[in-house]
Design a protein. Structure first.
Length: 603
């Protein structure tokens, strides 16, 4: 038995991370502290100064663990990683997990290339971005490659020249000057690269001027089709690079401008990515679990969770309010970037005006989010709330696991488990089981076996739904009792037409309203677990078919075996096939048909 008061006395006055756990050993909160002793004790003192969220969390704490670190910075990094790994119920969670494209100029190579990449690494190349609009990146690369004939391949240039390798098509269609054949002036090539870097750095006037000259020349030559193409490229370039230009005196700096809006239990953080004085993109992020949380804590949490995932860190973060752990966050971001990063909270002037613009965008998005996502909410979280009420659960089920059995006349019996987290499919958590201890088509014992094997792995769900009726529920109930665990357990039963009808336990049966979101949610889970089981069962049957009697026939390899099975569907039909019918199969000739025909008629 974990004695909380005794463990509180033994807490060290050192920096570290603490993990709060519930009675099922699930991690429900992760936090960091300069002094573990002082911070963790605060939760178990008088609750009059605690928010309702903290009060609710403390009621569910069954025990806690902690990890000592050498510094507060190490604690911050560990905290971020653990929150990402466990996504605890009572932490503020960043819903979005996005990565953004960058444009990379490989100046670390003898003849540089221009590429779209997703990661920034320390390889002495130049990176531009991030760009939130992938289409704009593709347009930019197309314009660059159509205007500057630089290489796109990754071959070894010197090796190509030495071995006199044949150049690719790009040289012949004048899309590349062909450094691989060795007839390129390196200085001229580097001039093109310098112009591309100027363009990507915001000095695009020269490139636009060049395109205009080409457009005029095409028009003078009555080549109106190409002139129209250049016209469209110029417009695309101007739309992307000029439309969102900021009138700023700090255009040489790269900045992220961050502001937020909030409503109920959600907050929307808006980020404008400013590079060389221009907005190259903007993005919104939804954070959940922000009820009664101060703005400083929300913004601080966003910065930790967002920049933990980002490869590129700008020189400045311009934020609307002071945040928690500002000093330690600056230290962490600086160490991640490899040079000093500054977090600023402007009170007036140009930067404050930018903050207000970003904040208005956050407010606007949150209002739209509330409208457009209402139905999505009702189908997921809303359905979970309905499920909580109708089943009499203590809390909204965060993790639901559903199980099903599939077999055909007892052959290749298998089990499947699908997982729904916060009302959404969590496919990385899906599992499949081959039945090991049950002989013959016994769904009850097979269901009991796979749940028994699942329970041994911990991280237990908040609710178990079985594809089946009272028999399956009774069989699994014995397993839960054997392991001394209490998990709400219900079966999803069907009507005479094999359609979802309702939920059933050992004590109660609930027929669901077919017009409700809850019905659609439960039916979706039942369909998902059933299809997952069937798909696995088919794959096993297909494998067993491919390892068949056909392997013993001379002249029948993998291709012909697959062709025969695809054409005739099973071995029995192949056995009955006439010589002429065998000859109709793709890839079969007279000799192979004769081998198959005679094989099944020997003796």
């Amino acid at each position: 038995m974990f004695d909380i008061q005794q463990h509180l006395k033994n807490l060290p006055a050192k920096p570290g991370v603490y993990l709060m756990k519930d009675k099922n050993d699930n991690i429900i909160y992760v936090g960091k502290a300069i002094s573990l002793k002082n911070r963790v004790r605060q939760y178990f003192q008088s609750s009059k100064n605690h928010s309702s969220k903290v009060v609710s969390m403390v009621k569910n704490i069954n025990k806690f663990e902690y990890i000592i670190t050498d510094s507060e910075l190490e604690a911050l990094i560990l905290e971020c990683n653990l929150i990402k790994q466990y996504r605890p119920k009572y932490n503020i969670l960043l819903r979005d997990d996005k990565t953004y494209p960058y444009i990379k100029v490989t100046i670390n190579e003898e003849y540089p290339r221009v590429l779209k990449v997703r990661r920034v690494i320390k390889d002495k190349a130049k990176y531009f971005g991030p760009y939130t609009n992938t289409g704009a990146v593709n347009d930019t690369l197309e314009i660059i490659r159509n205007t500057y004939p630089i290489r796109t391949c990754n071959i070894d240039i010197q090796k190509s020249i030495k071995n006199k390798m044949r150049p690719c098509l790009n040289l012949h269609i004048k899309k590349c000057v062909g450094p691989c054949v060795g007839n390129v002036d390196k200085d001229e090539y580097n001039k093109m690269v310098e112009e591309i870097i100027l363009f990507l750095s915001g000095k695009e006037e020269k490139l636009i001027e060049l395109l205009k000259e080409k457009m005029k020349k095409c028009a003078m030559d009555f080549n109106f089709e190409d002139a129209a193409i250049y016209r469209d490229k110029i417009k695309s370039l101007e739309d992307m690079m000029q439309k969102q230009k900021i009138d700023t005196t700090t255009s040489d700096l790269n900045q992220d401008i961050i502001a937020m809006a909030r409503a109920n239990d959600e907050a929307c953080v808006q980020v404008f990515f400013v590079r060389n004085g221009k907005i190259v993109g903007r993005e919104h992020f939804i954070l959940e679990g922000t009820m009664e949380i101060e703005k400083a804590a929300i913004l601080g949490t966003f910065i930790k969770q967002f920049y933990m995932e980002q490869e590129y860190i700008p020189k400045e973060l311009i934020i609307e309010d002071d945040i928690e752990d500002s000093f330690i966050l600056q230290e962490w971001l600086s160490s991640k970037k490899g040079q000093k990063v500054i977090i600023k909270v402007p009170q007036k002037g140009e930067k404050r005006s930018l903050i207000e613009m970003v904040r208005k965008n956050a407010i606007e998005y949150l209002e739209k989010f509330s409208d457009t996502n209402k139905r999505k909410y009702e189908k997921s979280i809303g359905a979970l709330d309905e499920l909580k009420e109708i089943l009499g659960l203590e809390k909204r089920p965060k993790r639901i696991e559903s199980f099903d059995i599939s077999n055909i006349q007892g052959v290749d019996s298998i089990g499947s488990m699908v997982v729904f987290t916060d009302g959404k499919k969590d496919k990385k958590e899906y599992r499949r089981y081959k039945i090991e201890t049950v002989i013959g088509p016994n769904d009850y014992d097979s269901m009991a076996e796979i749940v028994d094997r699942r329970i041994k792995y911990g991280n237990l769900p908040d609710l178990i739904l079985l594809d089946g009726g009272k028999g399956q529920v009774s069989a699994v109930k014995k397993v839960l009792k054997l392991h001394n665990v209490e998990i709400p357990l219900w079966g999803m039963y069907k009507d005479d037409k094999h359609r979802t009808k309702g939920l059933i336990s050992q004590e109660k049966q609930i027929e669901l309203d077919k017009t409700s979101n809850l019905y659609r949610f439960v039916a979706g889970i039942q369909e998902e677990v059933h299809n997952y089981a069937i798909t696995y069962h088919r794959s096993l049957r297909n494998k067993s078919l491919t390892k068949s009697v056909l392997d013993d026939i001379q002249g029948i390899g993998e291709k012909r075996k697959k062709a025969l099975l695809n054409h005739f569907k099973d071995i029995e039909n192949i056995k009955k096939a006439t010589f002429e019918e065998l000859l109709e199969v793709d890839g079969m000739n007279k000799n192979s048909c004769k081998s198959v025909y005679n094989f099944f008629r020997k003796g």
